[in-house]
Design a protein around this ligand. Structure first.
Ligand code: ADP
Ligand code: PLP
Ligand code: ZN
Length: 295
């Protein structure tokens, strides 16, 4: 249909590789969205490489860009705001004020918040961002997409079982988030699967199991959240299924490519960069849900 969908995406920029804005923009564009980009950091590459160089932006730098957009009346175009990796307290606080301002002017604006803080028990942003996510951004998020560790940080609930995950989701919904998707939970079972658990205010619940691929990817959460936003209008269950199926296809292709490049050895960060351009077809038309994911 002809409705214009226009995302303002505030995430990291890397010169080389696919995380943050460089992972989110292409899929959203393929799915029919106009995408405007604000960079929260600009780095040579993601932080999983042996070194990285670049700048972390502060609130004043965000403010300058927003004031330029405001002066040209460009802020009223947005139907969605998407935020991901943010590297400073002041920047994140400014994002909160900005999203509130935007929601005040347009009650239909959809705010998608990926509370990027860390993974596998390790924080990779400053500690003082946690209370800002927990006490402010969760309250205004229409769609919140923590990984398992981030859901634990936000709720204080240690997630060991599906029931724990349900409790974490309930707690986040109670805080004000309208929909919560915990993207991957590894249970202590021997079936080698990960699960996604989601819930919304309307009481809808989704549980999907999918095969774990043995590799350490970066940018998967950023890509997943962009896909989920992209399919959002199809409802919670369908959007989770479609996003998961595209992820499976992209990650399989990425792993095969990495093993080829590393000649069977453990792939380097460079070898395991997400293969997005070659996955154009799987982004536009996700494989049907049953094929590999219906355990
Ligand atoms: P983050 O990258 O933010 O830590 P996740 O690790 O939960 O977030 O990854 C987001 C999505 O990427 C998952 O829902 C899943 O679809 C996919 N994914 C990530 N890692 C794997 C993996 N090892 N095997 C299969 N799917 C994965
Ligand atoms: N942005 C940057 C610059 C990063 O270094 C990372 C992780 O290392 C991310 C974003 C988030 O990646 P993920 O989607 O895997 O959580
Ligand atoms: Zn993430």
């Amino acid at each position: 249909d002809s409705r214009q969908r226009h995302v303002l995406s505030i995430q990291s920029h890397v010169v080389h590789g696919r995380v943050g804005n460089t992972a989110a923009a292409f899929p959203l564009q393929l799915l029919g969205y106009e995408v405007d980009l604000i960079n929260s950091v600009q780095l040579s590459n993601h932080t999983g490489y042996p070194t990285f160089k670049g700048q972390v932006l502060e609130a004043a730098e965000l403010d300058v860009l927003l004031s330029g957009l405001r002066s040209n009346s460009l802020l009223s175009n947005y139907t969605h705001i998407l935020t991901g990796y943010i590297g400073s307290y002041s920047f994140l606080s400014k994002v909160y004020d900005f999203v509130r301002e935007m929601k005040g002017k347009n009650p239909n604006l959809i705010y998608v918040c990926d509370p990027v803080m860390g993974d596998n028990g390790q924080m990779y942003v400053p500690n003082d961002l946690l209370p800002v996510y927990r006490e402010r951004l969760v309250q205004i998020a229409d769609l919140l997409t923590p990984n398992c560790y981030e859901a634990e940080l936000l709720t204080g609930i240690s997630i060991k079982t599906e029931n724990d995950a349900q409790m974490a989701i309930e707690a986040l919904l109670k805080e004000g988030a309208k929909t919560v998707v915990i993207t991957s939970i590894e249970l202590n079972t021997d079936d080698n699967n990960l699960i996604l658990i989601a819930g919304n205010r309307e009481g809808e619940k989704v549980r999907l199991s999918y095969p774990k691929i043995r590799a350490q990817f970066t940018g998967t959460g950023d890509l997943f959240t962009a896909l989920l936003l992209g399919w959002n209008e199809h409802g919670l269950k369908v959007s989770c299924e479609k996003a998961l199926m595209t992820m499976q296809a992209v990650l399989k292709r990425t792993q095969e490519n990495a093993l080829r490049l590393s000649e069977g050895k453990v792939p380097s960060a460079e070898h395991i960069e997400l293969q997005l351009v070659r996955s154009k077809g799987d982004i536009e038309s996700p494989p049907p849900f049953h094929s590999s994911c219906n355990h």
